[in-house]
Write a protein that binds this ligand. Structure first.
Ligand code: ADE
Ligand code: ZN
Length: 339
């Protein structure tokens, strides 16, 4: 017999919902702030952590965009990615599809190349050091206009062979997916995959729009889809992967207690839910902690935990051979590790 934590951290898994800027730990924020002479409105790491008390998504985003100001050079982005992959490895992660927000950086004067070159180097480092594979998803900030998203897609052109897909994040309410219909269509014509945050704070209608207008391959979050029975049935029928983030939902007051989290309901309904960390430096836990705390709060069975790990591979943008190899590794792990 093995304890739950040991089982979860050993289970091979992929992370499909991770904003790399959201993995900026206060320690690195201070180090980079000092090196780059960027002021941080906090005196100590403890003060920073104490400020991470959010009542909603916007509260968090205001602090998160401010934190990103310390990232100035390719080496900074590489260091950010290095730190993330080290933690992913410790949590049994073998693959990640990471988001980055180019406009957060280009709007403060950094060339598009700085963030992406640093991140790509960090991704190569992870493969060399840990054998972790990864893909990059470029998100458009939905509080900005369509013109900015088109400028971003244009800036990405030299890198399209190294970008797996586009995503949509930032302030959800008041910024429906349909606002980005044309840029997602253009992204599709470039052969890019498409994902969108929908139903985190926004209504089920935004999930419908992500499906019908943006033609997404995955829904990021999707919690509020459960308010609509027909939509829920459709997501099950279409085997749509949901990249669910329990500790994020708790910190951003989407739920008030992990015991109320819909993860178990989603699995019971047959939805392709996955378990992810979103912005782990801000929400108090990386992917392993998300599995562990959710499993404890909801009493998830070993089979349900294994299902989450399998969903993380079947919902990934890896090719069929790699998916099947990873799913077999999950089964092999589960066969020899009893809970
Ligand atoms: N950007 C970073 N984290 C986000 C989240 N949880 N929702 C929307 N945009 C984000
Ligand atoms: Zn997110």
């Amino acid at each position: 017999m093995q304890d739950l934590e040991h089982f979860i951290r050993g289970l091979p898994k992929a992370e499909l919902h991770l904003h790399i800027e959201g993995s900026l730990e206060p320690e690195l924020m201070f180090a980079l702030g000092q090196r780059n002479k960027v002021d941080i409105p906090f005196k100590t790491v403890e003060e920073v952590r104490a400020a991470y008390a959010f009542s909603n998504l916007q509260d968090f985003l205001d602090i998160y965009y401010q934190g990103a100001n310390v990232l100035q050079t390719e080496q900074d982005f590489q260091a950010l990615a290095n730190d993330y992959f080290k933690r992913l490895h410790a949590d049994g992660g073998v693959h990640a599809e990471i988001f980055f927000d180019p406009e957060t950086h280009t709007d403060r004067g950094l060339p598009f190349s700085v963030a992406i070159e640093g991140l790509l180097q960090g991704m190569r480092d992870a493969e060399a050091e840990y054998g972790i594979t990864s893909k990059l998803i470029m998100c458009f900030l939905r509080h900005l206009d369509e013109e900015s998203s088109f400028r971003t897609l244009k800036a990405a052109e030299p890198y399209l062979d190294r970008i797996a897909g586009v995503g949509l994040d930032s302030s959800e309410k008041g910024h429906p997916p349909s606002k980005f219909a044309r840029v997602f269509k253009a992204a599709k014509s470039h052969g890019l995959k498409r994902v969108a945050h929908a139903g985190e704070e926004g209504p089920p209608e935004y999930v419908y729009e992500a499906l019908d207008v943006l033609h997404v391959d995955r829904i990021d979050h999707g919690n509020r889809a459960l308010e609509d029975a027909a939509l829920t049935q459709r997501l099950v029928r279409e085997e749509m992967t949901l990249t669910v983030c329990p500790l994020s939902n708790l910190k951003l007051c989407v739920i008030h207690d992990l015991k109320d989290h819909p993860m178990k309901r989603m699995l019971d309904l047959g939805m392709k839910a996955t378990c992810n960390s979103d912005d782990p430096a801000y929400f108090g836990g990386y992917v392993g902690d998300n599995y562990l705390r959710t499993a404890e709060a909801l009493g998830l069975s070993r089979a349900e935990i294994v299902q989450l790990a399998k969903n993380s591979f079947t919902g990934s943008f890896l090719d069929a051979a790699a998916i099947s190899k990873h799913v077999m590794a999950v089964d092999a792990f589960a066969a020899v590790n009893q809970l």
